[in-house]
Write a protein that binds this ligand. Structure first.
Ligand code: PEP
Length: 252
């Protein structure tokens, strides 16, 4: 059985104090929680303080991005060691906002993924198609390209540690969720790609999250799909109660 993983991406929201307050609120609800991995991804400035709050609880810390070099003259970037030092166990790579606003390529995603794995963090690798790509029937082709390039030269024992987040871009922050059937079809395709690239064991083990306007009201239907193992939640993760409802409804 794959362990569900529900991650909250706070994006560029919350000051340090607001992050601490949210972490305390979540810790009260999920001090111990055996049914799923719960991950919160605050902005970089809040990582250490949030880590202090959740350290002894079942909630895990994730970052929203990283750079692939260990250290050096890379103004504005953050290294894997810095994230580890701040308490991160997970890190999001290749979010569509990084790809679309900041020009990240599949090659960048591949480098970030590999450095995260090398440092023992679990990368959450985001992939997904634009609306026009879905409308012109190119969804699976786009996913295949992002997977092939993003996972290049990643060995099976490392690949099975990755969490893949299928996030159709047209569903992110729009209130328009993929139907459970649309999400399931994409997740199945991703799992089969993993089987073709590695083997049947990797097919069974890899965890694939859905992301795109996940809310307390739609998570259960999504999680009922055979190949959906969790969710990457943006907007609805900013509120402690709604994120807590999502986690609870995910494992009903
Ligand atoms: C996201 O940004 O990864 C995301 C899924 O956002 P939202 O839940 O707000 O659609």
């Amino acid at each position: 059985m794959r362990r569900p993983v529900i991650a909250g991406n706070w994006k560029m929201h919350k000051t340090v104090q607001e992050s601490i307050n949210a972490a305390i609120g979540l810790k009260r609800k999920f001090y111990t929680f055996a049914e799923a991995d719960i991950v919160i991804c605050p902005p970089f400035t809040s990582l250490s303080k949030v880590s202090d709050q959740i350290m002894d609880s079942s909630i895990m810390l994730g970052a929203q991005d990283l750079y692939w070099e260990e250290e050096g003259a890379f103004t504005g970037e953050i290294s894997p060691n810095m994230l580890k030092d701040a308490g991160c166990r997970y890190v999001i790579v290749g979010h569509s906002e990084r790809r679309n606003i900041f020009g990240e390529t599949d090659d960048d995603v591949n480098k970030k993924l590999k450095v995260a794995l090398r440092h023992g963090m679990v990368p959450i690798m985001c992939i997904g198609e634009r609306l026009e790509e879905r409308d012109s029937g190119m969804t699976l082709e786009i996913l295949e390209k992002q997977l092939a390039r993003g996972l290049r030269d990643v060995a099976k024992d490392e690949a099975v540690r990755i969490v893949i987040a299928y996030e159709p871009i047209w569903a992110i922050g729009t209130g328009r969720t993929a139907t459970p059937q649309q999400a399931q079809e994409a997740h199945r395709f991703i799992r089969e790609f993993i089987e073709r690239s590695y083997d049947r064991e990797a097919f069974s083990k890899i965890r694939i999250q859905y992301g795109g306007s996940v809310k307390p009201e739609n998570i259960a239907q999504l999680m009922a799909q055979e190949d959906i193992d969790g969710a990457l939640v943006g907007g609805a993760s900013l509120d402690v109660n709604s994120f807590a409802e999502i986690v609870k409804n995910a494992v009903l």
